[in-house]
Design a protein around this ligand. Structure first.
Ligand SMILES: [Zn+2]
Length: 324
C-alpha cells in the first residue's frame, strides 16, 4: 500500500494508528481526549508529538505538520500558547508537577490564541495525582471547543474508569519483530534480533540498549555471570572488573539478563534467539532461582535509589548470582 510521503507515520509500525488519527483530523472529528496506551519503548512519545504537531500546524499537508509555519515554529521553540505539556518533575521522582492541576484548569478556560486547537499532553498519565485527575475529568466532562488532551500511558488500566471511558483509545502493542529489526538495522544496530529479544520486543528500548554498547557489554556480562554462578570465578574479582562500567548500569544489564532468562524458561524460542551464548547459564538456573535473583536485583536497586547515602555495591550485585 502506497501511503504517499505526507502520510508517513512517525515510526513504521504506527502506520495504522497514524492513518486513523489523520482521517479523523481531516474529517474534523478530532476527539477531545486521546489515550495512547501500551508497553514502554514502542514510541508512544513520538506518536503523541506527531499528533500534537499536526493539530497546532497552520499549514498541514496531506499528512503531518509542515515544520515551517508560525504554529510549527512556536511549537518547536516551546513557546506555543496553545500547547501544554504536563510532565513529571525533573527531580526524577516520577510525580507530576504540583501545579499541574491549576495550570490545566487555566489552560482549559483560555481561548485559543490562534483560532486553532489547544492541545495538552499528559505523560505519563498514570503519574497524575488526584488533583490533576480531577481537573482533567472536569475538562473531559464539558470539553471546550478545540480542546484536545493527549494522554500517554504505559498502564492505562491504572487510570480511573471515568477518565478512560471518555478517551479515544490507541492501543500500541509491541510491533512485529521483522519491522523492528529492519528499523534497528537501518540505525546500525548489530545483532538486532538478539537486542530486540532482550528488550522484550520494544524497539526503542532495544535502540537505547544498543546505544549503551549494550550488545558487547551484555555478552561479556553474561560470560562473567556464568563464571561466577559456576564458581569458576570469585565475586570480588568479577566486581573489580566491572567497576568501570558502574554499578547502576551493571544492575540494569543484569536485570535485563534475568528477565531474558525467565522468558527463556517459559518459551524455547526466546531461549534460542536471546542469550545464544549462555546455554550454561540457562541450564544452571531454574525458574525459581532466576526469579529470586530478579527479586534481589530489584531490591538492591530500590534500596540504592531511596537512600543517598547508600551506594549500589558491585559485589552485592555479583553475589546475587553466586548464592544457591
Ligand atoms: Zn506547520
Amino acid at each position: 500500500m502506497d501511503e504517499g510521503p505526507g502520510l508517513k507515520a512517525p515510526l513504521p509500525w504506527q502506520a495504522d494508528a497514524w492513518r486513523r488519527f489523520l482521517s479523523a483530523t481531516e474529517a474534523g472529528r478530532v476527539p477531545h481526549a486521546i489515550m495512547l496506551g501500551g508497553v514502554a519503548g514502542t514510541g508512544k512519545r513520538e506518536l503523541a508529538l506527531a499528533m500534537l504537531a499536526r493539530l497546532l500546524c497552520e499549514a498541514p499537508g496531506s499528512g503531518g505538520a509542515c515544520g515551517t509555519c508560525r504554529g510549527c515554529r512556536l511549537r518547536i521553540a516551546g513557546s506555543h500558547p496553545d500547547q501544554m505539556l504536563i510532565e513529571p518533575e525533573s527531580d526524577g521522582s516520577g510525580v507530576l508537577r504540583i501545579e499541574s492541576a491549576r495550570a490545566l484548569t487555566e489552560f482549559t478556560h483560555r481561548t485559543s490564541q490562534y483560532n486553532g486547537y489547544r492541545v495538552a499532553r499528559v505523560m505519563p498519565a498514570e503519574a497524575m495525582n488526584r488533583h490533576t485527575a480531577n481537573a482533567l475529568l472536569k475538562t473531559l466532562e464539558e470539553p471546550p471547543a478545540g480542546m484536545v488532551i493527549i494522554l500517554v500511558s504505559h498502564e492505562p488500566g491504572r487510570l480511573g474508569a471515568t477518565i478512560r471511558s471518555r478517551c479515544q483509545h490507541y492501543r500500541l502493542g509491541t510491533p512485529a519483530p521483522a519491522l523492528s529489526i529492519e528499523w534497528l538495522q537501518r540505525r546500525g544496530v548489530g545483532k538486532a534480533g538478539e537486542v530486540l529479544e532482550l528488550a522484550g520486543g520494544s524497539p526503542l528500548t532495544a535502540l537505547e540498549l544498543a546505544g549503551e554498547n549494550g550488545t558487547g557489554q551484555l555478552d561479556s556480562l553474561v560470560a562473567a555471570i556464568d563464571a561466577v554462578a559456576s564458581g569458576r570465578r570469585g565475586v570480588v574479582e568479577a566486581a573489580a572488573e566491572w567497576q568501570a562500567v558502574g554499578a547502576l548500569q551493571t544492575a540494569r544489564l543484569m536485570q535485563r539478563i534475568a528477565t531474558q532468562l525467565m522468558r527463556a524458561q517459559a518459551d524455547p524460542r526466546a531461549a534460542r534467539n536471546g542469550l545464544a551464548k549462555a546455554p550454561g547459564l540457562q541450564a544452571r538456573l531454574d525458574l525459581k532461582r532466576i526469579s529470586r535473583i530478579a527479586d534481589r536485583l530489584l531490591a538492591l536497586r530500590g534500596a540504592a535509589d531511596q537512600s543517598l547515602s547508600r551506594e549500589l555495591s558491585m559485589e552485592a550485585l555479583f553475589l546475587v548470582w553466586s548464592e544457591g
